[in-house]
Design a protein around this ligand. Structure first.
Ligand SMILES: *Cc1c(COP(=O)(O)O)cnc(C)c1O
Length: 396
């Protein structure tokens, strides 16, 4: 099987040659004087992607889940109350993590396909006169359903309730691919990882932390060692790391930031919108339905698509893999068997997306879906021709 085929899973994403090359480095001494020169600018430049001036960037050798754990453990105490809405597998897993840390989790159950309910947050926060709720946790881009939530609206809701809770946002599958404005949205901790928008191998949890979250650290009683912000920030202050850093990933991150800035973040977001829109035109032409309830919720990094009644989405993704050597996202949790996902984030071009659409159409035809071969590709081609990409040759 050829490794030239891109993956269409919503992370880990395709690693461009330029980043594979950047990570292909021999061991270097992280206590040597030149480590500072490598690492400090990476932390500083990552702030631009979070769009924060006041925040601090903290990374750990971990996947995104480790980032969630770090956010919680550094700022909260056992028994603290947090408010979360559950509308997909990732919001669900964050809830589970909080519960295992003995936090009291107030859950708003929402249908899968909906987004963060700012109005319900506001109503609950308004009645919490004692300010028992210490943090509101929101998954910006619910990767299981392809739903993007409006973080600015959540911030407005919190402000309208004059509630001092911190706002923690999971932006693992949105950062560096969809607009994110940490300071403007008043986000206290934003959690991301290396293997999605940054187009790198998995292994670096990447957090943006506000001054308010850093202040909360002083009283936080949850135990932490590996994920202690204080150890990390203390070492980072002199350009170091409290233990062995994932050096190859840091080199990769340096190059990834270069690529993102060369393309321009605005263009990166526009490209993701365009690619997503091409996919959505294809879904429409197939006569299939997205899991996301309404257009304002459509994610630009992943589309979750219901298969027609009587079909099994796992058989479809298996067929695409077995017959054509291409991976698509399976349906997670409640969506298992009912929906498949097309990841369209990271290192992708119009041409690559067209190849993915063509492949899944072949798999659908093989399984006798009531879908006309070529219809989705034609709809995406039409969209891409009318919305030409600004070619950034170095970004591919
Ligand atoms: C990928 C992802 C995560 C993190 O998962 P890891 O496998 O731990 O990196 C968290 N939240 C969302 C929304 C994700 O898409």
């Amino acid at each position: 099987m050829s490794d030239q085929n891109p993956v269409f899973i919503p992370g880990p994403t395709n690693i461009p040659d330029r980043l594979r090359a950047a990570m292909h480095v021999q061991t270097r001494d992280h206590r040597a004087p030149d480590f500072v020169e490598t690492f400090a600018p990476v932390l500083e430049d990552t702030k631009k992607v979070f769009d924060t001036r006041d925040g601090t960037v903290i990374t750990f050798p971990a996947s995104g889940t480790g980032g969630w754990e770090a956010a919680i453990c550094n700022t909260l105490s056992p028994g603290d109350k947090v408010l979360v809405a559950r509308y997909g597998m990732f919001s669900h897993r964050w809830i589970d993590l909080c519960q295992r840390h003995q936090l009291e989790v107030q859950i708003i159950e929402c249908s899968w396909g909906s987004g963060a309910p700012a109005d319900k947050f506001e109503a609950i926060l308004t009645t919490d006169k004692a300010h028992d709720i210490k943090a509101v946790l929101v998954t910006h881009n619910e990767t299981a359903t392809g739903v993007k939530s409006d973080i600015a609206a959540v911030r407005s809701a919190m402000d309208a309730a004059s509630h001092p809770a911190m706002l923690f946002v999971d932006c693992v599958s949105s950062l560096a691919s969809m607009e994110f404005h940490m300071d403007a949205w008043g986000v206290d901790i934003a959690v991301s990882g290396s293997q999605k928008g940054f187009m790198l191998a998995t292994g670096m949890a990447i957090l943006g932390v506000s001054p308010k979250a850093l202040a909360a650290m002083e009283d936080a009683k949850l135990s932490r060692t590996f994920f202690d912000f204080r150890d990390m920030m203390g070492a980072n202050a002199s350009g170091g790391f409290p233990y062995t850093p994932p050096l190859q990933l840091i080199y990769g991150m340096r190059e990834s930031l270069k690529m993102l800035f060369e393309e321009g973040l605005e263009n990166v977001y526009a490209r993701h919108f365009r690619l997503a829109e091409g996919v959505r035109r294809a879904v429409d032409a197939w006569g299939l339905k997205l899991v996301a309830d309404t257009p304002d919720l459509y994610s630009d990094t992943v589309s979750a698509i219901y298969v027609p009644e009587g079909f099994d989405s796992n058989a479809l993704t298996d067929q695409a893999f077995n017959a054509y050597g291409v991976s698509f996202g399976i349906g997670l949790g409640e969506m298992n068997g009912k929906a498949f996902r097309i990841g369209h984030l990271g290192s992708l071009t119009d041409v690559m997306v067209l190849s993915g659409l063509a492949t899944i159409e072949m798999a659908m035809a093989d399984l006798e879906y009531p879908v006309e071969l070529g219809s989705g590709v034609a709809a995406a081609q039409d969209y891409f021709r009318r919305h030409r990409a600004a070619l950034v040759r170095s970004a591919a």
